[in-house]
Design a protein around this ligand. Structure first.
Ligand SMILES: Nc1ncnc2c1ncn2[C@@H]1O[C@H](COP(=O)(O)OP(=O)(O)O)[C@@H](O)[C@H]1O
Ligand SMILES: [Mg+2]
Length: 147
């Protein structure tokens, strides 16, 4: 346990708290730490695609990250570095957030997933966000939801 930790972050304060917890855990247990964000795929219009072909522009941008998310990722890296975590990676995937987090965790043999209890959604009445609920329910490894 606590050898290979995955921390999933969106642009929320909750995610940042989760990242700080994940960094502390990774430092304490000498674990590897990966910070994962699931971004929305950019949908390019046919006109833009055609233009890119005409201009021989390859390597289309695959995703965009908003400033909040970029900021959380930067701060998460800084916290982990500050805590002395030797092995920090950041990854961005696109797709359905909960499913992508769960599949990523299984594929790369993470023993623990750390995420925030809530995210950027505004459903104040619920205690858990839909991503944290799904990941906690469906993931095969230990899941820590940080309040
Ligand atoms: N797109 C995402 N990529 C990575 N992690 C995410 C993503 N969305 C949410 N999370 C993680 O799940 C936690 C809970 O967010 P979520 O379930 O989406 O709550 P809400 O419904 O309030 O938005 C966040 O704090 C973050 O750790
Ligand atoms: Mg959300």
């Amino acid at each position: 346990m606590f050898k290979n930790i995955l921390c999933a972050v969106d642009g929320s304060d909750h995610a940042l708290r989760a990242a700080k917890t994940a960094a502390e855990l990774a430092a304490k247990f000498g674990a590897k730490l990966t910070i994962l964000t699931v971004a929305k795929k950019i949908k390019l219009s046919p006109e833009v695609k055609r233009y890119m072909q005409l201009e021989h522009l390859s390597g289309e941008p695959q995703y965009i990250l908003d400033d909040y998310t970029e900021n959380v990722i930067d701060q998460a890296r800084a916290a982990a570095r500050h805590d002395g975590v030797p092995n920090i990676k950041t990854e961005v995937r696109e797709g359905h957030p909960a499913r992508t987090i769960i599949e990523f965790a299984e594929k790369h043999d993470f023993d623990t997933i750390v995420l925030g209890s809530r995210g950027l959604g505004d459903m104040e009445s619920t205690l858990l966000g839909s991503v944290s609920h799904k990941v906690a329910t469906l993931a095969h490894c230990t899941v820590i939801t940080v309040r």
